[in-house]
Write a protein that binds this ligand. Structure first.
Ligand code: PBE
Length: 291
């Protein structure tokens, strides 16, 4: 897992958020703007809360963009060693490619380290005990997820290939998931995922493992809220992507009563405001309001 760069201690200059040259503050250099991602992402609800939680972000904006757009602007800024602030999360390959850090979040807007959960629709265990047992046993580490993400990146985002490679290399862990499962007899399993690398990776691995066990698997990519809706109303069977308790907490509140939570499949995700290591700032509260 890309090491989350520890926040370095910074000099007095940075504490008052002064830019390198001293004539423009870091906030002015950032044009009081944070680059966001797709509006449907749970992290974007947290970004909206950010502007409420921090008085010193008075007059700031969070740009709605796309994950690709955000990563593109981040890469361009880093290439020219310019100031940039993005909505970011781990695990994500950007922390491997670039030297980044989370700004401290004393108001706790982005929550603490989170978990990724597995859910099924109600009745799935009775309908498909074998697949339910595999989904229930599914658990891995951030390093495992990171490996699948990297394999996909190395193969033009081919998550099927990445999953196949990872499953081949991790027979013992996969056996732990499948050893107690009744054999399949061609039942189908409908998975739903979000469009982000973490969801695509865990879903591709689960699809590959279920197919190896004889299930017919379909995967649908939807917005986070639809992931919850589809499981709650029985349109989909299972998902391995929800981030809780913070990122997708609002969706769980709305749909959770009609879903079966199989618990945590991975611990160690984190959302936050992310800047390149070269920026002399270490906390959100060091940013200054737009005049
Ligand atoms: N993310 C990555 C998603 C979940 C996975 C943090 C961008 C979100 O905010 O919904």
């Amino acid at each position: 897992m890309g090491s989350l760069t520890l926040l370095t201690s910074v000099g007095l200059l940075a504490a008052c958020g002064e830019g390198e040259e001293g004539d423009q503050s870091i906030s002015e250099e950032l044009d009081h703007s944070i680059i966001g991602i797709e509006p449907g992402a749970g992290i974007m609800d947290q970004a909206a809360d950010l502007l409420e939680d921090y008085d010193n972000l008075e007059g700031w904006t969070v740009e709605e963009s796309s994950t690709a757009g955000m990563v593109g602007e981040l890469g361009n800024a880093i290439q020219n060693e310019e100031p940039v602030a993005v909505i970011g999360w781990i695990p994500h390959w950007k922390f491997i490619d670039y030297d980044l850090k989370f700004l401290e979040d004393p108001e706790g807007t982005f929550g603490d380290e989170e978990d990724i959960h597995t859910f099924t629709r109600q009745g799935f265990e009775e309908d498909n005990p074998g697949a339910f047992a595999i989904l229930d046993a599914f658990h891995w580490e951030p390093d495992d997820l990171q490996e699948v993400m990297l394999y996909a990146m190395e193969n033009q985002d081919d998550y099927d290939l990445a999953a196949e490679q990872w499953v081949e290399e991790n027979p013992d862990l996969v056996d732990e998931w499948t050893q107690d499962a009744e054999p399949a007899n061609g039942e189908t399993v409908e998975l739903v995922t979000t469009m982000w690398e973490d969801g695509l990776s865990s879903t591709a691995v689960m699809q590959h493992v279920l197919e190896q066990e004889g299930y017919e698997v379909s995967v649908t990519e939807v917005d986070p809220t639809i992931v919850f809706q589809a499981i709650a109303n029985g349109e989909a069977d299972a998902t391995t992507v929800p981030w809780l308790p913070s990122t997708h907490g609002a969706f769980l509140e709305e749909y959770g009563d009609d879903m079966v939570d199989l618990g945590v499949n991975m611990t160690g995700t984190q959302n936050g405001l992310v800047v390149p290591e070269y920026m002399d700032i270490d906390s959100i509260e060091d940013l200054e309001p737009a005049e």
